[in-house]
Each structure stands twice: as structure tokens, then as C-alpha cells.
Design a protein around this ligand. Sequence first.
Ligand code: HEM
Length: 137
Amino acid sequence: MESLTEHDKKLVQRSFTHIAPQNEDIAAVFYARLFELDPDIEHLFSTGLDVQRAKLMRMMADLVNALDAPEALSQSMRELGKQHVSYGVHDKHYATVGEALIWALRKVCPAVMTPTVTQAWEKTYALFAELAISGAH
Ligand code: HEM
């Protein structure tokens, strides 16, 4: 597992202060992209963009906050992965969600998502996805 540097963490946390206020646009772009990449995913989500938006923001806030508590991170992400099995989530979905998330962030916040910041988000997401997937098994 590739570990995150202090610099990666700072880039993700600082960029999130600019990203969070754009959550409505990010949610719209994220879900549109996600369901375009894999139409079969759509039925896993309960209806209502408000609820979906809140969940997406919790997903990102979870990632950002967990960066401050690495000791708690591993356990909570494994639990989350286990929980996601009951939502009907499969391993392969993690890559698709990661792709849609990065796509949405770059689309809505192009000035914030420089190549370095994008790479830090990709590393962060990949790390959490790996933990969640290991918890699912
Ligand atoms: C590291 C990655 C992820 C994080 C941090 C994350 C986080 C969350 C959180 C915090 C919730 C809300 C749980 C609750 O309501 O108590 C949730 C729900 C959910 N997540 Fe994820 N998630 C991740 C990856 C995924 C992936 C890959 C999928 C696959 C499509 C997915 C699909 C769902 C679904 C279907 C729900 C329930 C939504 C609903 O009932 O409408 N998540 N996730």
C-alpha cells in the first residue's frame, strides 16, 4: 500500500476547504459521471439528489478527516467496507467511484485541482478504497 506523505495530506485538506462550498455542483457532476460509467450502479442509491449529495459530502469529509487520525482510519474504513457489502457494493465499484469523484472535482474546481493536488486526492482515495475492500472480505 502506497502511504501518504504529510504533503499529500496537506494538499487534500487545504483543497477541501475550496471544494466543500461547491458541493452541489460536484454532486451533480459526480452522479452523472458515475451512472454514465456504470449504469448498473444507479439502482444501489436511494432516490433524491439531496440525500445523495449529503452522502457524497460525508464520503469526502470522511476521507479528509481520517487523514488526521491514521490510527483510527484503518479500522473505520474496514468497517465501512463491510457495511458497503450490504448496500450491494462490489470491489470493482471502488475504481469507478474514484474515477467519477476525481472527474467531478477537476470539472467543478479546475483551479484547485492542479496535477499535484489531483495526484494527492487519487492516492488518498486509493488508500481508503484498498482498506474498505479488505474489510469487505
Ligand atoms: C472510500 C470510499 C467510500 C467512502 C468513504 C464511502 C462513504 C459512505 C458513507 C459515509 C455512506 C453513508 C452511510 C450511512 O448512510 O450511514 C455511504 C453510503 C453508500 N455508499 Fe459509499 N463510500 C465509499 C465508496 C462507495 C462505493 C465504491 C460505492 C459503490 C457504488 C458506494 C455506494 C454507497 C451506497 C449505495 C450507499 C448507500 C446510499 C443510499 O442508501 O442511498 N460507496 N458511503
